[in-house]
Design a protein around this ligand. Structure first.
Ligand SMILES: Cc1cc2nc3c(=O)[nH]c(=O)nc-3n(C[C@H](O)[C@H](O)[C@H](O)COP(=O)(O)OP(=O)(O)OC[C@H]3O[C@@H](n4cnc5c(N)ncnc54)[C@H](O)[C@@H]3O)c2cc1C
Length: 398
């Protein structure tokens, strides 16, 4: 059995599959992808029907990357003939006079540099929101920010597409192979697995919420927090009103950050609360949804989107992998220039194909032209023990 490769990718989720595809697309085809479970398994963060894709973000650190993120998905769609991005529109809402409204101001400021690239957005008052989307039950004190490129990334389909495109270029996948440890020298990286030892010129570590299990062996202790998250599908009887051509993806900037989608994937609307704050480990996480969390989201729908509040169809749990500032970690592992790592903070799917390209560049050339300085491993959030964690995806407006 072949045990030595130019590049080994750990993890076949949205990020690892993207890195494998992008390595091969750049001509680096001697690649092995190690995955502990079967391909397409549901214990990771990349196996639901939908994830939000958007230009609207709390910081120019991300809007500096969103146009390239969309372009990367265009390439995948062109190569596969599969649609993975659905621009149903994205609506951010907040109540005037609240921190949520100031968050929307932050989003507008982050969008401003994109105007030169043709990205447009609309500032809406309550009347306009109600006339365009009468599904919303809102008072006159609600405002909105609408951006037409916002929408749905079919992350399950996108990940499967990355895997197929990588395979088509000769990349090998080894599902059911658990990486137990990593070590590196100036010349190579050694990867110990449940199926023996492998070596590679470089390793791309895309293990997401399992990353903390592999870092101590490398002498690195990034303070990554795992949060158990949950999404729910509600079987609304008013399907036509919540169809993608009539209802956008949405984010409610309240004390809680609620978000949701039109009918997609399931015959139901999907809604959830971001960052539940239920901190777990890989040992304490649970696949069993919490009915109290489902009820909290259902109550929000009954209040704000009453026609969407049908019976619960299904709820799913999933885990965020968060640095203390919830920014991405995208860098070489300190002390191991042959190992590149990524941690997504619970908001990386929309960028996955682009991030795969950046990971491939870092693994093969050591650098990238994309602006990723904010994601470096030596930043205070990862190195300063006194850093105070903040997990809300918002510029510090609270
Ligand atoms: C509830 C929820 C909602 C989200 N909503 C959004 C959204 O709206 N928009 C957005 O952009 N992002 C969103 N995200 C985040 C996004 O889904 C993730 O950032 C992205 O899917 C991460 O992909 P990944 O490949 O890094 O992780 P995963 O998909 O978790 O992949 C990691 C893989 O590594 C494998 N692995 C780990 N350790 C080992 C090992 N030791 N040996 C071998 N294999 C290993 C795992 O089995 C797994 O398959 C959400 C996440 C959650 C949980």
């Amino acid at each position: 059995m072949k045990t030595s490769y130019d590049h080994i990718v750990i993890g076949a989720g949205a990020l690892g599959s993207a890195a494998a595809y992008r390595l091969a697309k750049d001509g680096h085809t001697d690649v092995l992808v190690l995955e502990q479970y079967e391909l397409g398994h549901t214990r990771g963060a990349s196996e639901d029907h939908s994830r939000i894709i958007r230009h609207t973000y709390h910081s120019t650190v991300y809007t500096a990357l969103t146009p390239a993120a969309y372009a990367a998905w265009d390439e995948v769609e062109d190569e596969t003939g599969l649609q993975v991005v659905f621009r149903v529109g994205g609506l951010d809402l907040a109540v005037t006079g609240t921190p949520g409204e100031r968050e929307l101001d932050g989003y507008r400021a982050s969008l401003a540099p994109l105007a030169a690239q043709g990205v447009t957005w609309e500032n809406l008052g309550a009347d306009e929101i109600r006339s365009r989307w009468p599904q919303w039950r809102i008072g006159d004190d609600v405002v909105g920010l609408f951006q037409s490129d916002g929408g749905i990334l079919d992350v399950r389909r996108a990940t499967a597409a990355h895997i197929a495109l990588a395979r088509a270029r000769g990349v090998e996948f080894a599902p059911g192979t658990t990486v137990l440890g990593l070590s590196s020298t100036d010349r190579q990286v050694t990867v110990s697995t449940s199926r023996g030892e492998f070596t590679a010129g470089s390793v791309v570590l895309c293990a997401a919420s399992w990353t903390p299990t592999l870092l101590p062996g490398l002498g690195v202790d990034w303070p990554i927090t795992l949060s158990q998250e949950q999404v729910s599908y509600f079987a609304t009887p008013h399907l036509r009103d919540f169809a993608p051509d009539r209802f956008p993806m949405w984010i409610w900037h309240g004390d809680s950050f609620f978000y949701g989608f039109p009918v997609y994937g399931e015959v139901a609307v999907k809604a959830a609360r971001d960052m539940s704050g239920r901190f777990v480990t890989q040992e304490t996480r649970s696949d069993v949804p919490d009915p109290a969390e489902t009820e909290l989201v259902a109550a929000f729908l009954r209040d704000r989107l009453p026609a969407a509040a049908g019976p619960e169809l299904v709820s799913k749990t999933c885990v965020y992998d968060m640095a203390p500032d919830r920014e991405f970690i995208l860098d070489h592992v300190p002390g191991h220039p042959r190992i590149v790592a990524f941690v997504g903070g619970g908001h990386a799917a929309k960028f996955a194909s682009l991030l795969g390209e950046i990971l491939a560049e870092l693994a093969t050339t050591g650098t990238t032209t994309h602006p990723i300085h904010a994601f470096r491993a030596d930043r205070p959030a990862l190195t300063d023990p006194g850093f105070v964690p903040s997990f809300r995806l918002a510029a510090a407006v609270r």
